[in-house]
Ligand binder design. Sequence first.
Ligand code: ASP
Ligand code: MG
Length: 408
Amino acid sequence: MALIVQKYGGTSVGNPERIKNVAQRVARFKAQGHQVVVVLSAMSGETNRLIDLAKTIQSHPDPRELDVMVSTGEQVTIALLSMALMEMGLKAKSYTGAQVRIVTDDAHTKARILSIDEENLRRDLNAGYVAVVAGFQGVDEKGNITTLGRGGSDTTGVALAAALKADECQIYTDVDGVYTTDPRIVPEARKLKTITFEEMLEMASLGSKVLQIRSVEFAGKYKVKLRVLSSFEEEGEGTLITFEEDAMEQPIISGIAFNRDEAKITVLGVPDRPGIAYAILGPVADANIDVDMIIQNVGADGTTTDFTFTVNRSEYAKAIAILRDVQNTIGAREIKGDDKIVKVSLVGVGMRSHSGIASTMFKTLAAEGINLQMISTSEIKISVVIDEKYLELAVRVLHKAFNLEQAA
Ligand code: ASP
Ligand code: MG
């Protein structure tokens, strides 16, 4: 007997028929003698619908009220699945985040989980119930409803698996695993049997939207065995997220990730002096805007320098406005931006032991006449920022150049 946490995404519970399918899968695991905790997303499209609805009243919805509202999507699916399980003769009970007691901080719309009281769930599991938990939501210490950021149900699933010391956390989605890149762009993209946590983290943060990044961090930290599977297939091993030390021979490159939600901001002609990076990025951080790539060059004249960084496209306008506000204080000549850019990254733990990856990447992109606007590297990834119109071409030629269609 194992304790399994199964998380189903929005498309897997998108209509009553699919919810019944989920119930059948859960029933199969129960019949094998396992204890099952199910974590659900809202029906696909529902969270977007609720956010749009809120915006018809308030163009920038109050975060506390928005959380009260968007958390309802998951309450609908947990009740429906519990009913479907009961119809099949199983014992089932739904739980909101507050009913479990998933306690988060008070950062509405992007709250972090602080603690989980797993006692209620444990008691019900031992009594033979399937526990069906609303993903994406929690409560802060004062009892306010919070949500964990878009895609947050993954994090709920992993966090519950960690708290319950589950044997496996299975993420059921509309793809059957993690691919070398998005098959909609590269039809030859190949499903990976395994990927390491570190690589998955890069793939997730770089925009392969298979798993919410925070859920991968969580799984890595608490050593949760995590598997991505399709909810539309009966069989299949999906992709197992492994720890590098457990992995067998690794390919040099595991995949190509990309992110379309990027924008770049350049602060031109700032004085080249200690504290300037802080003067520029401090106000941006204070506004809770995450900064990704950062590049600072030595200015040609030796007294001033240019400073470029990327932010999420949705926060571009806000970041520009903040910088225009402080432009005079920091002594910048000009503030420029471009929100028509994308980031493309090669990811692979094998880069640690192989050289020449970057030059192959740059040569491949150069052959297509693609200009690299920014470059950044880490031990296991190389990222470039390019004009958004070249995204698909870049991903395709890189996939081919690194032979990713062939199993390593
Ligand atoms: N329903 C939420 C969203 O659409 C959370 C999730 O699905 O993971 O972002
Ligand atoms: Mg999701």
